[in-house]
Design a protein around this ligand. Structure first.
Ligand code: NYM
Ligand code: MG
Length: 257
């Protein structure tokens, strides 16, 4: 075990907010200092659970309804036989999962990485993570699901030391290349997700003016960065927050409550 555990930095934000770019830049900056760092992305589509999630996300660009109303309507319909067979055909190709089931899969996908994450952190390796608990809550609550219900499966996970929320203008992110290819990637749904992220932000430890961490806090520090700035200036402020993180011992983590 290392004398100091690695730091856990998480990037959160809407789709096309620049998380992947900033994840890469921070990873490079840490490694350039000769410190070990690893990147993780959630969903991790490479695992068995992640493959199911990937199918679901590619299945339709339409957000699922909060209580699976579409599906119920189809099942009860006696008149729309053609529509019904069309929908059944569609379900053969697309993964149609209940909103609660997919929520639990996203959470399970985080749980299946916990042992690895602990191991890396305890051996002094920094983790730079692209999406985690907060995306899980924000995207599901945006469907109208209950906050406490959505939070529950993630309780007990290792929480990050620092959450960097890349706050992008929706007009901008939805116009970026590649937007719209997956489920949830509609302007309307992204604005519902943003409202949920803003609620989470209010519940988190506020950014302190002098960049230093609240020592008595039992929660990760949440930093909201204007993601419409240049890539370079975003990266610079992320690095300065990273530099302000306190050292901790192996086994000493924030636990998501
Ligand atoms: N997403 C991601 C969720 O709905 N719940 C979760 O727990 C996580 C981690 O998956 N639109 C959504 C947010 C994204 C989508 O993520 C795929 P990415 O980072 O675009 O590959
Ligand atoms: Mg995406």
């Amino acid at each position: 075990m290392a004398a100091k555990r690695g730091k856990f930095i998480l990037f959160e934000g809407l789709d096309r907010s620049g998380k992947s770019t900033q994840t890469r830049l921070l990873l490079n900056a840490i490694r350039q200092r000769g410190k070990q760092a690893e990147q993780l992305s959630f969903p991790d589509r490479k695992t068995l659970i992640g493959k199911l999630i990937g199918d679901y996300l590619r299945g339709s660009s339409k957000p699922a309804s909060s209580e699976g109303k579409d599906k119920i309507q189809i099942e009860n319909s006696e008149t729309l036989v053609d529509e019904k067979s069309k929908d059944i055909k569609q379900t053969e190709n697309e993964s149609v999962l209940d909103d609660k089931a997919i929520h639990l899969l996203f959470s399970a996908n985080r749980w299946e990485k916990q042992t690895l994450m602990r191991k890396l952190l305890d051996s002094g390796v920094d983790l730079v993570v692209d999406r985690y608990i907060y995306s899980g809550i924000a995207f599901s609550c945006a469907k109208g699901m209950d906050f406490d219900w959505c939070k529950a499966p993630d309780v007990g996970l290792i929480a990050p030391d620092l959450v960097v929320f890349l706050n992008v203008n929706i007009e901008e992110s939805t116009a970026r290349e590649g937007f719209g290819s997956e489920r949830y990637e509609t302007r309307q749904f992204q604005s519902l997700v943003l409202k949920q992220f803003q609620k989470l932000e209010k519940m988190a430890v506020p950014q302190s003016s002098n960049h230093s961490l609240d020592v008595v806090s039992q929660q990760p520090l949440w930093i909201t960065i204007n993601a419409s700035q240049s890539i370079d200036s975003i990266s610079k402020s992320v690095i300065s927050y990273y530099n302000s993180l306190q050292d901790k011992s192996p086994g000493d983590y924030f636990i998501f409550k």
